[in-house]
Design a binder for this molecule. Structure first.
Ligand code: ADP
Ligand code: MG
Length: 634
């Protein structure tokens, strides 16, 4: 490398923001936030992160904090200069850090965020989204027409000054060490004309107390230059306090910082595990769904501390099906002087994982019992995720069955437990019946349910994608097997009809002949055609053979390319339906064979449509439909 190539870094350089950052800044300046005061919370939160990072680095390199200064964040106002400054003595940033961390958006979610915001109606959501996407630093541009970052990376001999007006470019220049913080970062905002209110000390003080009270580094406040710093928050770790010393508001504020969501937690659990391993846990069930709940690349946001030192923000503490839970674990037993990876491979960590998971499941169960209405909302938000556990974690299945809630034919609004279901078994009922599909409304209208309704037999209506998987692998609940109503024989004849219900009757001889004819006609498309004991109103439905996947599971496997050859379904026909009876009579009289053939095909297509499928051959379908209509119209 030539000397020339090395020197430019010592001079001021101006670079453009990455295109996405520019878009984002433009939105910030034109304020997508209604609530601009949150920029303070965002900057304090970054300052605290920087302190926690250095605390961790200093385990291996104690010389980084040899100056002995305790970690602190200072917010100061200067009315003459019209600035508000957030300073920390954390890790600081190198020149490269400044370019990549403050000039580009490395996060995968950011593009999605921008796209979401571009949608006209998403403006109101911006506030709740912004924290989740982790783009807090740019919120400074809502209130400032210039932002300056003076930073000194701990352990480095260089310091830098980053500045920008947020209009497309930023400049980085070297900063003399005596003008720079000893270690850490100062973020100086030159407040714009509309934001002078943030020079009022009472206001800024209130904002800090309100939004940054639970930050794990003390926050100090300097109301004007030369004035002594006043400590506003103690920086004590909220999880290390005893429950009685924490107010609900403090829990909520901490939850918001942890999750980046601005709702109220639905459930807060704070406990200390003692015994073989000692650790403290503060866990929250969010009050609403995070935007990326179903994004496969989504990381948990669970923080692991060892004796108050933050080891990692995305510790793998909970299984994927509890990925919506936000928590902090602080352990006294894990080693500090080894890498993050080694810590997370240790036996102690495995024991913590297990202990925390058990407790969370147990707490969910208690919550479901003591506050069923609040739990209903949790289930609505996260039930589809928790149900992944029924499939992935068979040994926890019984525990999860206790909290799972379902929509059923008798309770289409949901909220039914399996225990309630079993308690309402009809005499001679031997199985827990279910129907899977992807649309809850259509499910409830499925012809397959008619015979069950006629006998007062409740059927679980399972419309989440994961349902098909757990229900086909679960052995049963309370000794009762699960049985799909769209598969195999219904076997419900021995259950008495409810009063006034139509009985599915036996097929007459004429109908038997018709069914044989239909079978012949649909030879290549169906496995079997038979009289149904599960239809009372509809003329036909499709059923999967007794063994193998049920109709919905097969559809899903096929959609994922996991099944190349699809099994042929069984067409069940209602033997007493007027249509069946008159077709049988015509066939018997030897009339209109062609019409009966058309009707057979149409029956099959109708059954396909009713289960959310498609007709196989639309032109042929249309031609048949036309012929039958012409005939009817004479
Ligand atoms: P997030 O905090 O979610 O990562 P931000 O937009 O708030 O997103 O900050 C972007 C990045 O800039 C941070 O991840 C951090 O690496 C860096 N950063 C911001 N403020 C500071 C600071 N005071 N000290 C050190 N690094 C900082
Ligand atoms: Mg941040």
């Amino acid at each position: 490398m030539t000397a020339d190539a090395m020197t430019p870094t010592q001079e001021a350089t101006t670079q453009s923001f990455e295109a996405d950052v520019s878009r984002l800044l433009h939105m910030m300046v034109h304020s997508v936030y209604s609530d601009r005061e949150i920029f303070i919370r965002e900057l304090v939160s970054n300052a605290a992160d920087a302190c926690e990072k250095l605390r961790y680095e200093a385990i291996a390199k104690p010389e980084l904090i040899a100056d002995g200064a305790p970690f602190a964040i200072t917010v100061s106002l200067d009315k003459d200069a019209k600035t508000i400054t957030v300073a920390d003595n954390g890790v600081g940033m190198t020149r490269e850090d400044l370019t990549t961390l403050l000039g580009t958006i490395a996060r995968s979610g950011t593009k999605a965020f921008l796209d979401k915001l571009a949608a006209e109606d998403a403006k109101s959501e911006a506030q709740s989204l912004i924290g989740q996407f982790g783009i807090g630093f740019y919120s400074a541009f809502m209130v400032a027409d210039e932002v300056v970052v003076e930073t000194h990376r701990a352990g480095s001999e260089e310091a830098w000054r980053w500045s920008s007006d947020g209009k497309g470019t930023f400049t980085i220049a070297p900063l003399a060490l005596d003008a720079a913080p000893t270690r850490g970062t100062r973020v100086i905002l030159h407040l714009n004309a509309e934001s002078q209110e943030f020079l009022e000390s009472w206001k800024v003080e209130r904002i800090i107390r309100e939004h940054s009270g639970a930050v794990a580094v003390p926050v100090e406040f300097v109301a004007k230059p030369g004035e002594e710093a006043k400590r506003l928050t103690d920086g004590a770790a909220i999880w290390a306090k005893s429950k009685s010393d924490v107010t609900p508001e403090e829990y909520t504020e901490f939850y918001r910082g942890l999750s980046g969501q601005f709702d109220e937690p639905a459930l807060t659990v704070h406990w200390r595990a003692e015994g073989r391993h000692e650790y403290t846990v503060l866990a929250f069930i969010p009050g609403s769904r995070p935007f990326d709940l179903f994004d496969p690349s989504r990381k948990g946001r669970n923080k692991l501390y060892v004796r108050r030192v933050l080891i990692t923000e995305d510790a793998d503490i909970l299984p994927g099906w509890l990925r919506f839970v936000r928590l902090v674990v602080d352990s006294a037993d894990l080693p500090l002087n080894v890498s993050r990876e080694i810590i997370q491979k240790s036996e102690v960590f495995a024991a913590i994982r297990k202990g925390v998971t058990n407790r969370v499941v147990q707490e969910l169960g208690k919550f479901a019992e003591s506050e069923p209405e609040k739990f209903a909302k949790v289930w609505e938000d996260f039930g589809a995720v928790i149900k992944e556990g029924l499939y992935e974690d068979p040994e926890r299945r019984d525990g999860l069955f206790k909290i799972a809630r379902f929509a059923t034919t008798a309770h289409p609004e949901g909220g039914r437990t399996l225990a309630d279901y079993v308690a309402a078994f009809r005499e001679n009922q031997t199985a827990i019946y279910y129907l899977t599909g992807d649309d809850a409304k259509r499910l409830a209208a499925s012809p397959q349910l008619e015979g069950f309704r006629a006998r007062g037999v409740e059927v679980l209506l399972l419309s989440d994608a994961v349902d098909s998987f757990w229900v086909s692998t679960a052995a049963g609940f309370d000794g009762k097997p699960f049985k799909s109503v769209s598969q195999g024989a219904a076997d419900i004849k021995s259950i008495a009809l409810v009063e006034g219900a139509k009985a599915p009757a036996e097929a007459s001889g004429e109908v038997a002949t018709l069914l044989a004819f239909v079978k012949q006609t649909l030879e290549s498309e169906v496995e079997e055609v038979r009289a149904s004991d599960r239809l009372t109103d509809s003329v036909a439905c499709l059923i999967a053979p007794e063994f193998g996947p049920d109709r919905q599971l097969e559809k899903m496997l096929a959609a994922h390319g996991k099944m190349t050859e699809r099994t042929k379904p069984i067409l069940e026909v209602n033997p007493t339906h007027p249509l069946t009876v008159s077709l049988a009579a015509r066939l018997h009289a030897g009339q209109d064979k062609a019409l009966v053939e058309d009707a057979a095909h149409l029956m099959l297509d109708e059954a396909r449509l009713l289960e959310g499928g498609q007709v196989d051959d639309p032109p042929a379908f249309a031609a048949r439909m036309r012929r039958v209509l012409e005939k009817a119209l004479g």
